[in-house]
Design a protein around this ligand. Structure first.
Ligand SMILES: Nc1ncnc2c1ncn2[C@@H]1O[C@H](COP(=O)(O)OP(=O)(O)OP(=O)(O)O)[C@@H](O)[C@H]1O
Length: 317
């Protein structure tokens, strides 16, 4: 089975600006691929290249093995998209809006029932889109992207503007999608936490370059285990720990004792080190030196850590 999406040194300039700079990304079939990057990193341009809405200056893009540049229409039939501007006719019902797209794509009318059912929108199909909540419009956008059952879905910020309940709903829906329909989802979002809870794989762009890619579990497993140290004498604790060969840093985040967020003293163990043994050894060293240690708290390995490490110069946006 070819990857759902594959690019090879994909490049696109606007004037002097390299918006997409030699990106080689692989989205495995049936994955949920979180596509990350701050504003202007090149996500939308990449998506437009994948959809054949823009031409690449160099490199290739393939959707389920079909070259987007040389076989544009066949590739386009394999991908459904939910982009920011939904472009529905507000005075028409959801069902009528979908019917129009169905005719444009030369698909059987039964597709409307199918996608309304998949997106749990059947009950609202006959209501006018102007009466829909934002969450329902996003669902309808998903339904439209799924017309013709394309194997690949590209969703740009599907949770944008939704309330917490709507976001949770969207998350549940997306997580179930590959198993229910066999589809692969490329999910572009600024919400790291949402991506972490939804995606199986991630790819991160920074200044047009792919700086991080892989299965989320594997990437997280490769991160060092970190333990926050709660002590009254952080400077001395750091010095003692370092003397004994521990890698100790000052890091942002919650204090080990649950106190106010700020610079915490954090020990980092290698990804293959036994964290329990290492923590016990660290504790022994600090206590033997007469330091008062009131907490040793393991920190979660998070997508945020990965993201910051891969693009350290860029702030979250
Ligand atoms: N049509 C265009 N003409 C000129 N420059 C453009 C054009 N489209 C994008 N760019 C530039 O290319 C770079 C990448 O933009 P792009 O929209 O792909 O980023 P993005 O990651 O999608 O950001 P956002 O999260 O804000 O949508 C930016 O510097 C942007 O200003």
């Amino acid at each position: 089975m070819p990857p759902a999406i594959e690019t090879l040194a994909l490049t696109r300039r606007f004037g002097d600006r390299l918006a997409v700079d030699g990106v080689s990304m692989t989205v495995p079939a049936r994955s949920i691929y979180g596509f990350l990057g701050r504003n202007g990193a090149g996500k939308t341009t990449t998506i437009k290249l994948l959809l054949g809405l823009l031409k690449a200056d160099a490199g290739q893009a393939r959707i389920v093995g079909i070259d987007v540049a040389t076989d544009r229409l066949r590739a386009a039939r394999k991908v459904g998209a939910l982009l920011e501007a939904q472009g529905f006719y507000p005075h028409l019902s959801g069902r009528e809006n979908l019917g129009l797209t169905c005719r444009l794509l030369d698909l059987p009318a039964s597709e409307v029932d199918r996608v309304l059912d998949v997106t749990e929108m059947t009950a609202h199909g006959r209501r006018r889109v102007s009466d829909y909540s934002l969450g329902m419009r996003q669902r309808l956008g998903l339904a439209r992207a799924m017309l013709g059952a394309p194997p690949v879905l590209v969703l740009d910020e599907p949770s944008n503007g939704l309330d917490p309940e709507g976001i949770a709903d969207m998350r549940r829906f997306l997580r179930e999608l590959p198993a229910r329909t066999g589809a692969t989802v490329l999910l572009s979002s600024h919400l790291l936490d949402e991506i972490e809870r939804t995606a199986t794989h991630i790819g991160s762009l920074s200044h047009g370059r792919l700086v991080l890619e892989g299965a989320l579990d594997e990437l997280k497993a490769g991160l060092a285990t970190e333990v926050a140290i709660g002590t009254d004498a952080p400077e001395r604790a750091a010095a003692v720990a370092r003397e004994h060969g521990f890698d100790v840093i000052r890091a942002d985040g919650a204090q080990a004792d649950g106190g106010p967020a700020g610079a915490a003293l954090v020990a980092r163990f290698g990804p293959h080190e036994d964290a329990r043994h290492a923590t016990a050894a660290l504790n022994r060293v600090l206590c033997t030196a007469g330091l008062r240690i009131h907490a040793l708290a393991p920190r979660q390995r998070s997508l945020e850590t990965l993201y910051r490490q891969s693009a350290p110069a860029t702030a979250l946006s």
